[in-house]
Design a protein around this ligand. Structure first.
Ligand code: DQA
Length: 142
């Protein structure tokens, strides 16, 4: 089975970006670990990152068209603003698992609202880079 792992704005800078909040692992480190875990779980992982809202919408549509089993989505700050991503998730039948490295509810109030959560199957947040692996295990069990 195929799993899309979609990452939004500024997650290309993971490892350098506010490491006290987001940790020192890069997105490539995470991709490598997901690939290893995916092999064990019999899952093919396709990880992507974009700073552009429309790309995330396009890739959500593509995940369904390609028959992906699930999408792991860390939409970055678009989580808190994007009705387009909310609608895109609602437009596909592919289950979406929301992922955040940090725990947005323990941070600024503008991070407390999640449009992604309103349409997602569930959320894993606050466990750092490990959250992606937890989400992949959840996807495997869907
Ligand atoms: C984030 C949390 C968001 O609030 C923030 O804008 C990010 C990263 C996380 O993974 O903790 O860019 O999605």
């Amino acid at each position: 089975d195929l799993i899309y792992v979609l990452n939004g704005p500024n997650l290309n800078l993971l490892g350098m970006r506010e490491p006290e909040i987001y940790g020192s692992d890069t997105l490539d480190d995470i991709a490598g670990r997901l690939e290893d875990l995916g092999q064990k779980l019999g899952l093919e992982v396709d990880l992507r990152q974009s700073n552009h809202e429309g790309h995330i919408c396009d890739w959500l549509h593509e995940a369904q068209a390609e028959g992906a089993k699930a999408v792991l989505l860390n939409a970055g700050a678009l989580t808190h603003t994007s009705i387009a991503i909310y609608d895109a998730i609602r437009s596909i039948r592919t289950p979406v698992i929301e992922v955040h490295l940090s725990n947005p509810h323990a941070r600024e109030s503008f991070r407390h609202k999640s449009y992604v959560a309103m349409a997602a199957k569930g959320t894993i947040a606050g466990f750092g880079a490990q959250g992606y692996e937890l989400a992949l295990e959840a996807a495997a069990r869907l």
